[in-house]
Design a protein around this ligand. Structure first.
Ligand code: ATP
Length: 231
């Protein structure tokens, strides 16, 4: 009891800062928690697995071994003080649902949860979880577009609309973008570019791309894919 009260005090202090609680430190939760830390966000990590807790000790602001399906445990950890919580439990669907239900009961303003199947995701959405993510499905779809086309990186912002990083094709090199008529001809817009050995810059009508430059293009998915195939 005293141990949890101690964690509760620490969690409360963490929660006062720019902070996130991450429940489940598997591959997804761990990568997310470490990325948050790298970006300067305080992270309270929670997992039932002692080895994972030990492994993350010192890497996250605070790591606690606890079972998130227990209402009183989450209360003792002062989870209710956090305004953002990520539930990164996948395989144990029941634990994921129970945890989310407790967090919703605590009125956490923003809850993100990982779903492993459509059914799992639907239940989380019906419960009222604010953001449901499907890491494996999303990554599979993303890689499919990379495999199909020549894009260096690719993200479907919403079904049917995408953004891609590509090598500037010959057709748009050497003349200001405003004179290339790529919007009319290809239905895409170049939003940014990176000259060879340079940094990313916003693109405008006067921007001239050269061989070896990278371009960030946005537009309907089929048009983005088609444009990425150009050499
Ligand atoms: P990943 O692909 O991210 O590794 P996974 O879906 O294979 O995830 P899961 O079994 O879903 O793995 O769990 C992710 C983590 O969540 C595990 O480290 C597990 O110990 C932890 N976890 C599972 N149930 C609970 C719980 N009730 N409370 C806290 N942590 C939990």
């Amino acid at each position: 009891m005293a141990r949890f009260a101690l964690f509760g005090d620490t969690s409360r202090r963490i929660a006062e800062a720019d902070s996130v609680a991450v429940i489940g430190l598997g591959r997804f939760g761990s990568a997310l928690a470490l990325e948050l830390m790298a970006a300067g966000t305080e992270v309270l990590g929670i997992d039932t697995d002692d080895e994972l807790v030990q492994a993350h000790n010192g890497e996250l602001t605070q790591v606690v071994r606890a079972d998130s399906t227990k209402d009183e445990v989450l209360r003792q950890l002062a989870i209710g003080e956090f305004d953002r919580v990520v539930v990164a439990i996948g395989a144990d669907v029941q634990a994921s649902i129970l945890t989310c239900s407790i967090l919703l009961g605590m009125k956490i303003p923003v809850i993100w949860a990982k779903a492993v199947t459509e059914q799992h995701g639907r239940i989380l959405e019906q419960l009222g979880v604010h953001h449901v993510v499907y890491p494996e499905k999303d990554m599979g779809r993303r890689v499919a577009h990379l495999v199909r086309g020549a894009a260096i990186d690719y993200l479907e912002i919403e079904p049917g609309y995408s953004i891609a990083k590509i090598a500037a094709p010959a057709e748009i090199r050497g003349i200001p973008l405003g004179r290339t008529t790529i919007r009319q001809k290809h239905g895409i817009t170049v939003t940014a570019h990176r000259p060879v050995d340079g940094e990313w810059l916003n693109a405008d009508n006067e921007t001239v791309l050269n061989e070896g430059d990278l371009a960030l293009i946005v537009g309907p998915t089929d048009r983005v894919e088609a444009f990425a195939q150009l050499q």
